[in-house]
Ligand binder design. Structure first.
Ligand SMILES: [Zn+2]
Length: 256
């Protein structure tokens, strides 16, 4: 059997002298790992250099045992050149790849995340608000992969939420006033931030790119989401660290 599908490159790694091992997010088969033999020895053998976040049409032979398939063809369809010419956009695109890779298990079909990643890269490439793209991606990727925070009732006692609530990473959502002392690390959160997360979960990408985001909510979302994701993925995503360092440097420059 041969599989043919569109695929976004999540990760690439040199293998031996002449080959590459790539992790792809495919449109039809989920996250797939494959070896491209001889690609580094003969650049014309494949019609793509399979750079991270490029979109390719790939053909591969699924192996029966293990998860490393043999990729026989890769043809470049979209390279997102504008992203590659901008360091900040590159860092955000790499973060989206890293998050996708961490959220998904191999060979677990997820067409929604494929579409979301493609649309997010396309928006970055068209110079849309990069922070907004990142926020929408984080919330919708958590939603599609089953990691979404619990926001519609108290995550601990299931009671309706009262006026005072706190957001808990450990419990994975909102705690009511009676339960909030169960997690000393839980933090207060604006009503508007909760409403924005729920709004982003319910609407499609194009609609969301047109919504306004209050700077204060944008800022709070950034903190809440990166802490939540870090907590649940049990490691700080390397790319998130890079973005934090750049943010810090920008802020320092502004102060000067
Ligand atoms: Zn409760």
């Amino acid at each position: 059997m041969i599989n043919k599908t569109k695929a976004i490159v999540l990760k690439r790694m040199d293998f031996r002298e002449t080959s590459l091992i790539c992790t792809f997010l495919t449109q039809d088969f989920g996250k797939v790992k494959g070896i491209l033999k001889g690609i580094r020895a003969d650049s014309k053998k494949f019609a793509s250099s399979v750079e991270p976040f490029s979109v390719n049409e790939i053909i591969y032979y699924p192996v029966k045992t293990g998860e490393l398939h043999l990729v026989s063809a890769a043809e470049l369809e979209e390279n997102f050149t504008n992203i590659r010419n901008d360091l900040n956009l590159m860092n955000i695109a790499n973060y989206l790849l890293d998050l996708t890779d961490s959220l998904l298990a191999v060979e677990d079909k997820n067409t929604d995340i494929y579409k979301l990643l493609f649309k997010s890269l396309d928006a970055l490439n068209n110079q849309k608000d990069a922070t907004k793209v990142q926020t929408i991606f984080q919330i919708r990727a958590l939603f599609y992969s089953g990691f979404k925070p619990h926001l519609d009732s108290c995550v601990s006692c299931s009671n309706q939420l009262d006026f005072q609530v706190k957001f808990s990473n450990a419990y994975g959502g909102l705690l009511c006033s009676k339960c909030m002392q169960k997690d000393k690390q839980s933090r207060s959160i604006f009503r508007g931030t909760i409403a924005t997360i729920m709004h982003i979960e319910k609407n499609n990408f194009d609609t969301l790119m047109n919504m306004g985001l209050h700077p204060q909510i944008k800022k709070e979302l950034k903190i809440i989401l990166s802490n939540f994701i870090e907590f649940h993925l049990e490691k700080r995503l390397k790319t998130q660290k890079v973005i934090n360092q750049i943010d810090k440097r920008i802020n320092e420059t502004v102060k000067l």
